[in-house]
Design a protein around this ligand. Structure first.
Ligand code: ADP
Ligand code: AMP
Length: 219
């Protein structure tokens, strides 16, 4: 079953996507990572997206939908991390899923907004892989270095307090309406995990939901 990870910045979506990818062979599709690669390579998409990302705004829907479109031709189950983020993106995703005869369940990361600032200001990222660490909650084995490659970790330029506050406001305005979109009584497709729990416990909750059939099908 394809999974859509839904929740505010810092809820732990990327962390869980990477764990599920390694353990169960899912493929993570992170629109944030894809955009950052485009920015680093200076592609036309990256040039267009850069300012929106730096301000903490969403990149326009048409650019995002075009970027994600061909990813859904991937034969194995995917984890959508950071997409969709608006109702038009969710509608476009539904059309794409239908075209490829695929279904998806949305996993809502239920988290207290109060913890997100600490999670994001303490986040360290390995840019090439998108792996993330946290100075306190998930430190790398060697400080400042990626566990797998030993390469240096960076702090994302949008993980500053002012931009984080903007991103959280954007989430509340533009992305939170997706909770009702996926929790439609006529076609409920939403499950929920307690994302305040430690990382391993959140993974266990997702695995239990998927295995228990609530997310229709084992990983
Ligand atoms: P998202 O992809 O939702 O923006 P991340 O997965 O990058 O969030 O997590 C944000 C930060 O919080 C990272 O530094 C990560 O190590 C840390 N983190 C993720 N999940 C948890 C958790 N359950 N408890 C504490 N810290 C966490
Ligand atoms: P993330 O890595 O998911 O925190 O995303 C980082 C930034 O990339 C966001 O603040 C947006 O500017 C942009 N972005 C990522 N995914 C999307 C999306 N689905 N729609 C619009 N903008 C996005």
């Amino acid at each position: 079953m394809n999974l859509i990870l839904l929740g505010p910045p810092g809820a732990g979506k990327g962390t869980q996507a990477k764990i599920l990818e390694e353990r169960f062979g899912y493929r993570q599709i992170s629109t944030g990572d894809m955009l950052r690669r485009n920015v680093a390579e200076g592609t036309p998409l990256g040039v267009e997206a850069k300012g929106f990302m730096a301000r903490g705004d969403l990149v326009p829907d048409d650019l995002i939908i075009r970027m994600v479109e061909h990813e859904l031709t991937y034969p194995a189950d995917v984890i959508l991390d950071g997409f969709p983020r608006t109702v038009p993106q969710a509608e476009a995703l539904d059309a794409l899923l239908a075209r490829h005869h695929r279904g998806a369940v949305a996993v809502l990361f239920d988290v207290d907004m109060g913890v997100l600032l600490e999670r994001l200001t303490g986040r360290w990222t390995h840019p090439a892989s998108g792996r993330t660490y946290h100075v306190k909650f998930n430190p790398p084995t060697v400080p400042g270095r990626d566990d797998v490659t030993g390469e240096p970790l960076i702090q994302r330029p949008d993980d500053t307090e002012a931009t984080i506050r903007k991103r959280l406001a954007v989430y509340t305005e533009q992305t939170a309406p997706l909770i009702a979109y996926y929790d439609d009584p006529a076609d409920p497709r939403l499950v929920q995990v307690d994302a305040l729990a430690p990382i391993a416990e959140v993974t266990a909750q997702i695995v239990a939901l998927v295995r228990g059939g609530q997310a229709a099908g084992a990983p």
